[in-house]
Each structure stands twice: as C-alpha cells, then as structure tokens.
Design a protein around this ligand. Structure first.
Ligand code: MRU
Length: 321
C-alpha cells in the first residue's frame, strides 16, 4: 500500500480518509489552508499520520514563503489532542534557518522513521500479547483505526495484527465501529479486508458483552497522547473498553511510537480533549437523527488511567511510568 501521507511535486499528497471505503482517492494539498482543512475534516487522521502532516505542512509553508512560524502555529493547533501534530511541526520548523530544502528533508526523514518505529513498536507489542494471552489462535479487539491509514505506513495497534497474522496466529479481529465517525467500520475493516484477516464489525456498545462471552483474548489500541505517568488519551470509548477489559481479566495493550509520549505532562488530566461538531451526532450522512436544537456532548477522545493498562508499548519496548 502507498504511504498514507507523502510529498510529491511540491504538494502534500494524502489518501482521502473521508472517501473510504467507497472510494480510494488521493488529495493534493498545495496550500497551508488546504492542509489545515484536511486535518480538521479528518481527511488525514491518526496521531502518527498527524505528526507527518505537521512536518510536511511546515515544509509546504517554507516552500511557499510568508510567515512560516505563524503557519506552523496554525498547523500545530488544527487539532488539539494528538501531541504528534505539534511535535512534527516543531521538528520541521527547527530546520527553517537552513532553508526550505532542509525543512523538507527533515519532514521526509520523519516519515521514514514513522514507518520503521511503528513496525518495531508493534513487533514488541506482538511478543507481549503472545506472552499475556495463552489461547491460539488469538481473538483480538480493535477500536478506532490504528492501522496503516493512521500512520505513514504499517500501523501501531493494527501493526500488531499484521505481525501476528503473518505467523498464522489470528483467529479474528472484532472491530469496534467507532462512533460517531466510524473509523473502525470504514477504515479498520477496509484494511483488514485488504490484508485478508478474518474480522467482524461490532457496535462499540457490544464490546463489553463480547468480553463477557469470552470472545476476546486481548484489546489492542493506539494512542493520541501518553502522559509521563502512562495515562493514555485515545479515541472516545477507549476508557470504557479498558474498564470492561479489567473486569473480565482481558489484557489491554496500547501501542504507539514514542513521538506520542508527552513527558511534559505529569498525568492525563492535563491532556486537552477535542470536542467536535454537534452535527456529527445529530445528523447521520446529512439526515437529522435528533430533534432540532438538541445539545450534545461530543468529545473525540478520553483518557485511560495507566492502572487499567496491561502494557504501553513503543519502539523502545514496554514503557515504565
Ligand atoms: O479522531 P482520529 O481518527 O484522529 O482518532 C485517532 C485515534 O484515536 C487513534 O487510535 C490514535 O490516533 C492512534 S493511531 C495509530
């Protein structure tokens, strides 16, 4: 599969994640405004892919000229929760005094690293899953999309599935559909189908029942920000999954590149949680599904305390708080 996000002919090129699974199309982003809009609309999404978007966005800004530092701020703040976005933008901006080519070279290096680090992190996590879960083959539960599409390539939590599937060790992946934007049903199920991994989509609200019925050997999720004490911000619903997993004695494993670790934050209470447009809940594909004027609570992420997590795994192995 091609990279989720890359640089070609003076533009940032992304796989448009709003169009999948119906249509596989590429978008060429030629201005900082287009890039920021693509991030806000989730045309490019997932913490590691956002890190790449941050860096390539600054490379684009540097090439176009203008107030690159102000553009970098705009990009870094397009979404607030995944720390990778600001990290990627900062890393590229640090090369600005060496000129636009140096900024682009740094962004390109970040892209290559992202693929490698996710592959390594998910290989470590696969070994931990095998050690924690005696049953073979494994029945895994995934939330949101932490696959190829959420990274430059390969994936974090879904990367574990690729490693285990290569060894014939996956019986099934239960895919949380991931309300309200359906990253699980639209993107994770698409990736699993492409790779020929047996899977079923379930409503998020079925996850605890699946664990109660003994259908899940391990929960695998990615992360948007990891605080110094190991608390993890990830897609809304992750905290509930961790509570259910603890109740049922199911291992709960978080996989992310270390660019997702925010050591400046002592714990998860300091993580800014993005709240999204009410229409994501009050409408479905443009059709109203709630009475006009209904108020909503629509956080895009939640924070899972480290105490509920079996292991937080990066390319360096299992993290200690
Ligand atoms: O709102 P999204 O789709 O950007 O949320 C993505 C997630 O929550 C992922 O689980 C996380 O970024 C990890 S992706 C490897």
């Amino acid at each position: 599969m091609r990279r989720t996000i890359d640089w070609a002919d003076g533009a940032v090129v992304i796989i448009d994640q709003t169009a999948l699974p119906g249509e596989y199309r590429l978008l060429e982003l030629r201005t900082v405004g287009e890039l920021v809009d693509a991030i806000k609309r989730l045309a490019v999404r997932g913490a590691p892919a956002l890190g790449a978007a941050g860096a390539l966005g600054v490379a684009l800004a540097a090439r176009l000229g203008g107030d690159v530092a102000a553009d970098a701020e705009l990009i870094a703040h397009a979404r607030p929760t995944a720390v990778n976005l600001a990290w990627g933008a900062r890393r590229a901006l640090a090369k600005l005094d060496q000129g636009p080519d140096a900024v682009l070279a740094e962004a390109r290096a970040l892209l290559t690293e992202d693929e490698e680090l996710n592959k390594t992190a998910s290989a470590h996590a696969a070994e931990i899953v095998l050690a924690e879960c005696p049953r073979r083959p494994l029945r895994l539960l995934s939330h949101c999309n932490a696959g190829h599409l959420a990274t430059v390539g390969w994936g974090s939590a879904l990367g574990v599935v690729w490693h285990l599937h290569e060894r014939g060790l996956v019986e099934e992946v239960l895919v949380d559909e991931t309300r309200p934007l359906l990253q699980g049903a639209r993107l994770t199920a698409w990736e699993l189908a492409q790779a020929g991994v047996p899977h079923r989509v379930q409503p998020d609200s079925a996850a605890a029942a699946a664990m109660a019925r003994g259908m899940v050997d391990c929960v695998l999720v990615g992360a948007d920000r990891i605080a110094a004490n190991g608390d993890v911000a990830n897609k809304i619903g992750t905290y509930g999954l961790a509570l259910a997993a603890r109740h049922h004695g199911v291992p709960f494993v978080v996989v992310a590149p270390s660019s997702t670790v925010d050591e400046r934050l002592a714990d998860g209470t300091g993580i800014t949680i993005e709240e999204r447009d009410a229409r994501e809940l009050t409408e479905y594909a443009g059709v109203p599904v709630a009475p006009p004027g209904t108020e909503v609570f629509n956080p895009a992420f939640d924070v899972t305390p480290f105490g509920l997590i079996t292991a937080v795994v990066t390319e360096r192995g299992r993290l200690a708080p």
